[in-house]
Write a protein that binds this ligand. Structure first.
Ligand SMILES: Nc1nc2c(c(=O)[nH]1)N[C@@H](CN(C=O)c1ccc(C(=O)N[C@@H](CCC(=O)O)C(=O)O)cc1)CN2
Length: 198
């Protein structure tokens, strides 16, 4: 995601959109404690004695860890929310830009509506502006593409998210390809998927 100061072409600030979108996903996904287990006790002896240097390193570092660690997801989510909130405030103060996320929802699936509502709430809680478009199930692909094109050209929109699944008469790939790669918060554009794989 690139955020630029409209009053100064020279000052361009970058906010990692991957971090931004991952953080929103994080906020959604951390609904309870997550248990992470390491398996130090189960490691074969050969691994630490005869394995290559990299494997021995893993064995040594795991040995120093407790055998189980409980991650408090709610507290991690709170911390991420606070960090994003602070970044948003800094951005506003430094260049007067408020990050904006546009969400397009097609159809009336209850689960999708809930996810979109939660995304909006997550944005509000950290000071990100959200724009929402709700289209009926029988909307055309062209209509969706038109909204994407408008959001692509709207400087107050820095991220675009098309809630999936789309109705079966739409070509999902065409629609995901239409989102500008710089505004593709989900990272579903083939170029962004490729970047992630590199
Ligand atoms: N544009 C997008 N559409 C969809 C996405 C997406 O990431 N971007 N993902 C899903 C729907 N979704 C969010 O929109 C979503 C689905 C599931 C979860 C999740 O946290 N699942 C947990 C279980 C949580 C629970 O049981 O309450 C899990 O997998 O462990 C988060 C987000 C499809 N559409």
């Amino acid at each position: 995601m690139i955020l630029s100061d409209p009053s100064s072409a020279a000052s361009v600030h970058r906010l990692s959109f991957t971090r931004f979108s991952n953080s929103l996903v994080f906020l959604r996904r951390f609904v309870g404690p997550l248990h992470v287990f390491s398996h130090t006790a189960a490691l074969p002896r050969a691994l630490s004695l005869h394995a290559p240097r990299s494997s021995r390193f893993i064995t040594a570092s795991m040995a120093a860890e407790p055998s189980a660690k409980v991650i408090d997801g709610k507290s991690v989510a709170k911390q991420i929310r606070e960090e994003i909130s602070a970044e948003v405030t800094k951005l506003k103060e430094a260049i007067g830009v408020v990050p904006g996320l546009a969400v397009i929802l097609v159809g009336d699936r209850k689960d999708s509506a809930t996810y979109v509502r939660n995304k909006k709430k997550a944005c509000e809680s950290v000071g990100i502006k959200s724009f929402e478009v709700n289209l009926p199930n029988d909307a055309s692909e062209q209509e969706v593409l038109k909204y994407i094109s408008d959001f692509n050209g709207d400087p107050s929109v820095h991220g675009i998210l098309v809630q999936l699944p789309l109705p079966s008469h739409m070509n999902e790939q065409n629609i995901l390809n239409a989102v500008m790669i710089e505004k593709d918060v989900d990272g579903f554009h083939p170029l962004n998927i490729g970047r992630l794989a590199m």
